[in-house]
Design a protein around this ligand. Structure first.
Ligand SMILES: [Zn+2]
Length: 179
């Protein structure tokens, strides 16, 4: 009889603990729950930048089609959501907003060339007596062309990151707008 009462008591206590855990009632569980509700884990800026996510919530996708190499078409490649699927931030802040990305993509291509030039110089080297310089030009040109679809997307994302800052309270505060 005593054993039966004990097991009943134990199962009731366990049940109570379970409920209080799931409802976040007691210290320190309530604190942990509250922290999670108020401060969701922050996705890193570099991670969201390189995975082409919205600058404001760092969670929503900006481009409709995940693979930029699937179809050779600019409208397919650059098809974006009008607003962020997560935080409703508008991406094209004003008409013609994306024209500025031409400069960003140009700058990125120049940076890429400097980077491959340094790597080539360190690993293979340059000389005027053979064709190594020409090979680098061909290699760099090919790489720039291959990376172009991704670079075009990346420069749009990077450009928007200049204007829209991360907001951890993205679900409560108004989105960024140009007046
Ligand atoms: Zn967003």
């Amino acid at each position: 009889m005593a054993a039966k009462n004990l097991s009943k008591y134990l199962s009731e206590t366990l049940g109570m603990i379970k409920t209080s855990l799931s409802e976040c009632r007691f210290f320190p569980i309530n604190y942990i729950c509250k922290m999670q509700q108020e401060l969701p884990p922050t996705p890193g800026m570099l991670w969201s930048l390189f995975s082409l996510k919205c600058p404001r919530c760092r969670r929503g996708k900006m481009f409709v089609h995940p693979n930029p190499y699937k179809k050779f078409s600019l409208s397919y490649l650059l098809k974006m959501y009008d607003d962020c699927p997560v935080c409703k931030q508008r991406f094209e802040l004003e008409t013609g907003f994306w024209y500025g990305t031409g400069y960003v993509s140009y700058g990125l291509t120049v940076m890429l060339s400097i980077f491959t030039c340094i790597l080539w110089w360190l690993i293979i080297g340059f000389s005027l007596d053979d064709n190594r310089l020409l090979y680098w030009v061909i290699f760099n040109g090919a790489l720039a062309i291959i990376l172009q679809p991704w670079l075009m997307r990346f420069s749009r994302v990077l450009y928007l990151y200049f204007f829209v800052k991360y907001n951890p309270r993205y679900d409560k505060e108004p989105t960024v707008k140009f007046t």
